[in-house]
Unconditional design. Structure first.
Length: 148
């Protein structure tokens, strides 16, 4: 990740590795939805990035939260909403054991409600700061509605 950081054409604010699941699911996760309206609908990043400490402090990531809501998703939406840039590492740089009870296991109803509450708040803050991002939000709402 440090090599990708040093060789990036434009100076990134974070390097996000692709991940490979193992355990109950064995798959390479290749998605990169930052700067795409799909990011509003899907949480596909984790807190396994090389990122500047001052950005973590500015956004206020709570590293003590365990088995909670989609706090990693909210962090990356806030990161993007503040105009920061991330580069996806072009290889699997993180192995993740996916099993019952892991933080990526499907959420309970309470975790889902907590996530949706945080999602609403971060989108509201982003749109107050950057009204031009409203097109991405409306695309995401439309995509969610027609995909049901």
């Amino acid at each position: 990740m440090l090599e990708a950081w040093n060789e990036a054409v434009t100076q990134p604010d974070a390097i996000i590795p692709q991940r490979r699941n193992f355990g109950e699911q064995n798959e390479l996760i290749l998605r990169n939805t930052i700067n795409d309206y799909i990011h509003i609908l899907e949480n596909d990043f984790r807190m396994t990035a090389l990122i500047r400490t001052d950005i973590l402090r500015e956004i206020g990531f709570d590293a003590t939260r365990r088995n909670g809501e989609g706090d990693d998703w909210i962090f990356w939406l806030d990161f993007e909403g503040r105009g920061y840039r991330a580069v996806l590492l072009p290889e699997a740089g993180f192995l993740y054991r996916f099993r019952r009870g892991s933080m990526s296991w499907p959420w309970s109803e309470g975790q889902n409600v907590g996530t949706q509450t945080m999602l609403r708040e971060v989108l509201h803050e982003t749109l107050q700061r950057e009204p031009d991002k409203s097109l991405a939000v409306t695309r995401a709402i439309f995509a969610r509605a027609v995909s049901k």
